[in-house]
Write a protein that binds this ligand. Structure first.
Ligand SMILES: [Zn+2]
Ligand SMILES: [Zn+2]
Length: 328
């Protein structure tokens, strides 16, 4: 996908260039640019005064709720069906994921399925490998993969939804969660504001709740999620022959709640766990196992250890052959 004007995108079926609606442009722009403005205000506000504990608590609380909503809910459950979940948990994860303000559950999961099918090809909506030349070109490609693509991607049409998420569009609970996305988006800012006001018992507390638990947290969750698309397709370890440029990256693993095991994930996209060694930190999988113990989750899928070790061996021997050929 080459650069198109702001708000324009290429219709994958008709190959026509179409334009985002005014409302879509407006909300996309607001969702991308208001949180960083909030971060600036937060920095100015706490300069010399420090951050109070309520602000940090609210940022952390909503970071984990909405972060796991994306990783455990939107990604591993709704897109890849790597485990089964009780109805109440599906609703809770759907709402928590929606509160991250990364799009409605149907839009997010459809485009993510598309990314896996066309990863790092011309059709991938957020590949950082678009073969631009020079430092500026490479930086441009990185920024496109990180955030720019959002302005060039329309909500998916019905054909794509039927292809990628038939299990969601036929589930009345998920239709409900998807339909009320604007309400969950509003709650994402209203809840931390309310909690801040109640905990500090002041209007200033409410404002700080909005700023830290709302805008600062949305900024953090946005950029770590987007780093999986940009950073985890450039920097990190490649142990599995996925046929694309996905990597396992420690920074994204820690802050992305386990999602940095991205090369592993591209290899076994059905797996509930993103990694297999004890030190491959994956808090999203830990949460899935806790929910399984509580009876809310069943049948989490993972590949067999022997299969993983065989793949590592296979890919290593291909790389060795390639480097021997280069050195000859
Ligand atoms: Zn990827
Ligand atoms: Zn995925």
């Amino acid at each position: 996908m080459k650069n198109l004007p702001f708000g324009a995108f290429r219709n994958e079926e008709s190959e026509q260039v179409e334009t985002l609606s005014f409302l879509n442009k407006f909300f996309t722009f607001a969702a991308v640019f208001i949180p960083p403005t909030g971060v600036l205000i937060a920095i100015i506000q706490c300069w010399g005064w420090g951050v109070n504990i309520t602000c940090l608590l609210l940022t952390g609380l909503f970071y984990f709720v909405t972060g796991f909503g994306i990783t455990v809910g939107y990604h591993r459950l709704f897109t890849h069906r790597s485990f089964q979940a009780k109805s109440w948990l599906r609703i809770a994860l759907g709402i928590a994921g929606s509160m991250a303000l990364e799009g409605s559950v149907f839009d997010w999961t459809t485009w993510h399925g598309w990314h896996h099918d066309y990863s790092d090809t011309d059709k991938d909506q957020h590949s950082p490998h678009r073969n631009s030349k020079g430092f500026r070109g490479k930086l441009n490609d990185f920024l496109h993969a990180h955030v720019g693509w959002i302005f060039h991607t329309l909500p998916p049409n019905e054909v794509l939804k039927r292809k990628y998420i038939p299990h969601l569009i036929s589930d009345p609970l998920m239709v409900f969660v998807n339909k009320y996305f604007p309400l969950w988006a509003l709650l994402s800012l209203a809840l931390p504001t309310l909690l801040g006001g109640l905990l500090e018992w002041s209007w200033k507390g409410a404002f700080l709740g909005f700023l830290w638990g709302g805008l600062v947290r949305i900024f953090l969750v946005h950029h770590i999620t987007w780093s999986i698309n940009s950073v985890c397709h450039i920097w990190g370890r490649r142990e599995y022959g996925t046929g694309d440029q996905s990597t396992d990256n420690w920074f994204c693993r820690v802050f992305g709640l386990g999602e940095g095991g991205h090369c592993y994930h591209h290899m076994w996209r059905y797996s509930a766990r993103h990694g297999f060694r004890w030190w491959e930190f994956d808090p999203s999988y830990i949460l899935i196992k806790i929910l399984e113990k509580l009876g809310a989750v069943s049948k989490p899928l993972t590949p067999k250890r022997e299969e993983i070790l065989k793949e590592i061996e296979r890919f290593r021997s291909i790389k060795n052959k390639q480097s021997n050929r280069q050195h000859r």
